[in-house]
Design a protein around this ligand. Structure first.
Ligand code: NAP
Length: 250
């Protein structure tokens, strides 16, 4: 395989990000697996990809922090070369509660991780991909959530608000760079089987709520990865500024 296309997937040690990294690698992309803390999980994704003949690196970086984001992109420039795809996937959610119980500090943390990361990484990607800056174009795919629409009452309104911001950033940036060879799109997953629900205090949340999903089941990370992949490749060459809801019909 040639591995001449390079993709950065943020938060790729686990869940949807890991499935996305595996899919891009299987399709011949050289992949950067970014993670925050879980080096063991990131290295497991890496070793699986290498075993399949893929090319990838792992880079620890907190993508909500400008210096870390600079370091992440510099590592990719040096070790993999020119990027053509950025997937803004990393995000957190915290314990389920009512809005009046969310502290200002928690609200800031969630917005910083989920929105600032998308802004900072997209900025670095545009500097490398835009024809305005001598780049060859590319694609950015943001990972939002059905929560942007539902608002997640009694669970995590902070997280839902952060995803609303990701949707708006998607539209704004897509229109800003559409004439420069960059497409910007977004997937909005629903209830997907990953560790994220345990972070919210309810590991079994998908199974509790799956009967409310029109397709009558929870989703799998690989099903979201397929939508991300399609939006990132030339198969979707006339698509920008839009959203794919991977949520079983919710
Ligand atoms: P997950 O299993 O909790 O994994 C989160 C990933 O993000 C991990 O790789 C984690 O790294 C990384 N991460 C967290 N903060 C980071 C930071 N500051 N810098 C770099 N990496 C960071 O999450 P998931 O369920 O796969 O979610 C992926 C995306 O889908 C998120 O945007 C989420 O909001 C969205 N989504 C998920 C669902 C769902 O039902 N699961 C539904 C709607 C939307 P470590 O392993 O090092 O901690």
């Amino acid at each position: 395989m040639s591995h001449n296309k390079v993709a950065i997937i943020t938060g790729a040690s686990r869940g949807i990000g890991a499935a996305t990294a595996r899919l891009f690698a299987a399709q011949g992309y050289a992949v950067c697996i970014n993670y925050l803390n879980n080096q063991v999980a990131a290295e497991k994704v890496q070793s699986d990809i290498l075993q399949q003949g893929g090319k990838c690196i792992t880079v620890q970086a907190d993508v909500s922090q400008p210096d870390d984001v600079h370091r992440l992109f510099a590592a990719v420039d040096k070790e993999l070369g020119k990027i053509s795809v950025l997937v803004n996937n990393a995000a957190i959610l915290q314990q389920q509660c009512r809005m009046e119980d969310i502290s200002a500090q928690r609200f800031s943390e969630v917005l910083l991780t989920n929105v600032m990361s998308c802004f900072l990484c997209s900025q670095q990607a545009v500097k490398r991909m835009s024809r305005l800056h001598g780049g060859a174009g590319g694609a950015i795919v943001n990972v939002s959530s059905v929560a942007a629409r539902t608002g997640s009452p009694n669970e995590y309104t902070d997280y839902a608000a952060s995803k609303g911001a990701v949707d708006t950033l998607t539209r704004g940036l897509a229109l800003e760079v559409a004439g420069e060879g960059i497409r910007v799109n977004c997937v909005r997953p629903g209830l997907i089987y990953t560790d994220m629900h345990a972070s919210g205090g309810e590991p079994g949340r998908v199974d509790r709520l799956k009967s409310k999903i029109p397709l009558q089941r929870g989703g799998h990370p690989e099903e979201v990865a397929e939508a991300i992949f399609w939006l990132a490749t030339e198969k979707s060459s006339f698509v920008t500024g839009t959203f794919i809801d991977t949520n079983g019909g919710l």
